[in-house]
Design a protein around this ligand. Sequence first.
Ligand SMILES: [Zn+2]
Length: 363
Amino acid sequence: MTTPKVAKTKSRFSRHLITRLILIAFGLGLALALGWQIQAEQPPTDPALAVSANQATRLNLLAQVETLTTSTDTLTGHISSGDMTTLKADLSQIRNTVYNHQFDVAQLMLADFVTSRAHIKHIAILMPPPPPPPTIVIPTAQAVTTLGPGQIPILIYHKPPADLEAQLQVLKAKGYTTVRMAQVAAHLRNGGIDAGWPAKPVAITFDDGFSQQMSAFALLQKYHMSATFYLIVGHPTPGFCLGLSQDKTAPCADSYLTWDQAKTLVDSGLIEIGDHTMDHLDLSKQTADIQSYQILEAKGELESRLGVTITSFAYPYGSYNATTISILAANGFTNAVTTNQTMSQSLEGIFTLGRVRNTYLLP
Ligand SMILES: [Zn+2]
């Protein structure tokens, strides 16, 4: 009865072996896991060290090339002795070595670049985020620009430009306050000591009285800005195409404001009406009598029909002579504007005031 005993022993041995195998496998697994864990916790190789190792190799390679290329004495010797075969072989070797080393150096430089990039990335992750940029306060144009002494910009317009509203907004943004020409004259005549004169005055003027100027008037009302409109009177003659008395039934190149519209301007309290003559002639070429008629007839018509006192004048074409100024000065006018492009105004030049055209260039 030994067989069962053997079988029993064999069976026990088998079970023992399986247990051992399981234990070994477990141990191996544990060792592997621990090993992996240790491996994972190993600090990465310093990329800077790898770069410097590459650098050393590179320098070594370059030194070898240097050695080869400096052995010129040997080559000169071959040339002197006429040993062309050896010379050729030496040159070939030099060429190959230089080529190969250059290739190696290039490879190393590329490797350095890749390592450095990884290193920079690694440092960038560790670094704290940069602080937010400081808030910069930019001073506004209004705060830094002023008019020079004696400067009063007088803007000249005819038909309103498409960007007139933008121009009015620019004037507001730059801190300008609008003044009418009678106010400019008073300011110059009293030596600039009038109360309420703005720090940054600007006079807006419209010449000729084209009907399109009603849209400019609407914008001036919108922004509550004042202006001076120089109107041509003209004649109530059939087919007459000029000024307030234009024959509206005639085929005319330009359309002018009506008397009713001129009254609307006056009634707004924003607009001063100025004299721009009866027929818009070049006054410098007219006799004193014709000049008087052109200036004074228009003044009388405007005053009686609009119920205002006219004290401001604009020369047609900006053209005048000494007679023109004499007539103005002797007949209740206080000021006159030209088309001379200047902002510098004075009492001496009160009948030859300059006007400027570009709102955007004002200080
Ligand atoms: Zn004109």
